[in-house]
Design a protein around this ligand. Structure first.
Ligand code: ZN
Length: 312
């Protein structure tokens, strides 16, 4: 029998994190700064625990690998998506991720294309989104001379913005942002610049400038205008359809019947409260819905994100 897999998140200590998950969300009592809640993950560094049904207590990775029938026999060998709720209290390092080809060849892992759905942003919140170097030579020169302010594309972000971050895009979150991140299940990050920050033991974090230069792309991101879901008049918006996943954002008023999936889908709450199968879900919570035999309904008001992995 198929049913929803409810997931218990795990929390990640980060140098740029704060107390949002402790004080505002009341989800953890960690004394350390927390930056990320891994909401749906089959990644070995933060595997989600199933919290209901016959798989209760097992990890999403175990179920995905040992019970492929539950997911309608997907093609991907590993659970391909990682979904996080992120809250920044400081600027993140400036970074770039490799694509699959480069990651498989050099890191024995997957590449990382990711997407940012901005849920809250302070008045002056900013991100780095791309750069304006025109060639590899120019990029090497600008990085070598520490001219970050000259070539990085710094933009103000607003609540409701959606930013697609294909592998190869230089990017960084600034402080004061809460977002849902949907990404390929990978943690390969090449750090270009970390503001010369030191941790409590006085250590700086490793930089990976040569690899970063290898994988950076030169697409124009300078005049990019993000889609803003709060300004859309539609209740259902397709945010992005790429080679790895499709993301839809839905505004729900009182009741919503889950769609049928070819393989499975991941549903994440980004606003409001919902009840399904007797569980109450709020911001950041995710569950996996298989291609269901029976009708299932979410009740409540708010917004949800549906992520559908590309399994073929
Ligand atoms: Zn990233």
């Amino acid at each position: 029998m198929k049913y929803i897999l409810f997931l218990s998140p795990c929390f990640k200590k980060r140098i740029w994190g704060g107390d949002y998950f402790q004080k505002v969300m009341n989800k953890t009592d960690s004394k350390e700064p927390i930056g990320e809640m891994w909401s749906a993950s089959g990644h070995p560094k933060g595997d989600s625990l199933i919290s209901n049904g016959r798989f209760q207590g097992k990890t999403l990775r175990e179920i995905y690998e040992n019970n492929p029938e539950f997911f309608n026999y997907p093609k991907s060998k590993v659970f391909p998506i990682l979904i996080k709720l992120i809250a920044t209290a400081d600027d993140l390092s400036i970074q770039v991720h490799p694509n699959d080809d480069y990651a498989i060849k050099n890191e024995n892992g997957l590449g990382k294309t990711e997407a940012w759905i901005i849920i809250e942003a302070k008045e002056d919140a900013e991100i780095i989104y791309g750069h304006n170097a025109k060639s590899k030579e120019e990029l090497i020169n600008l990085i070598g001379n520490n001219k970050y302010d000259e070539f990085l594309n710094r933009v103000k972000v607003n609540k409701g913005d959606f930013y697609p971050i294909p592998a190869g895009t230089i990017h960084a979150l600034g402080k004061g942002i809460i977002l849902l991140e949907v990404q390929q299940s990978s943690d390969i990050t090449y750090r270009i610049y970390d503001y010369n920050r030191k941790d409590k033991d006085g250590n700086t974090r490793e930089l990976h400038i040569d690899k970063a230069i290898d994988v950076t792309t030169y697409d124009k991101t300078n005049n990019f205008k993000p889609l803003n879901y709060l300004q859309s008049e539609k209740d259902e918006i397709e945010l992005w359809d790429n080679n790895y996943f499709k993301i839809n954002l839905l505004k729900v008023n009182s009741k919503y019947k889950l769609p049928s999936f070819e393989y499975y889908g991941i549903i994440s709450v980004i606003e409001g409260k919902f009840i399904i199968e007797g569980r109450t879900l709020s911001i950041g919570d995710s569950f996996v819905a298989p291609n269901l035999a029976e009708d299932l309904f979410l009740t409540g008001d708010g917004r949800i994100v549906i992520t559908i992995p590309k399994e073929s």
